[in-house]
Design a protein around this ligand. Structure first.
Ligand SMILES: [Zn+2]
Length: 157
């Protein structure tokens, strides 16, 4: 799944430093962009079903390809998003917050149920915040690692 050596970083944003000849005008030099770190082939069964996020040939930046800690990376314009409101620091949070939101929704907890989220990383924290905002009840977070257990939080409803 992962080949080494690899430059990590799949949660990334940056500033456009160069563009190819067919890149849409909204991605001009100097534009701040959020990078979607996943690739999709467009041909596998998942892609054909309209689920590019589950592409069998995905090569995630920072996992199968060098990622955001590289000095420069080249990505297709189709994997860039711009924002008029988010700073670069906020753009970096979009990927983990989206994963947490998606995980909370896929969990299908009913309103009023208590859901235990194992882990206190960024995605787990986002999932804990998403549950009550989706009307799915409260969510204590738990970690099996002593060092990160002190960071456990209970999401505010
Ligand atoms: Zn595919």
């Amino acid at each position: 799944m992962v080949s080494y050596p690899r430059v990590p970083g799949h949660e990334l944003a940056g500033v456009i430093d160069a563009v190819g000849p067919e890149v849409p005008g909204e991605f001009a030099l100097g534009t701040a962009v959020l990078v979607v770190p996943y690739t999709n082939c467009g041909e596998c069964s998942a892609c054909r079903k309209g689920r590019p996020n589950a592409c069998r040939n995905n090569q995630t930046l920072g996992v199968q390809r060098d990622g955001g800690l590289a000095e420069e990376i080249v990505v297709p314009a189709s994997k860039l998003l711009t924002s008029r409101r988010l700073s670069l620091r906020e753009m970096v949070l979009v990927e983990p917050l989206s994963v947490g939101w998606h995980a909370a929704r896929r969990g299908r907890a009913a309103a009023g149920e208590t859901v235990v989220v194992f882990g206190c990383g960024m995605v787990d924290w986002a999932r804990s915040l998403a549950l009550p905002r989706q009307g799915r009840g409260s969510s204590p977070s738990m970690s099996l690692k002593r060092s990160s257990a002190s960071g456990a939080r209970r999401a505010q409803a």
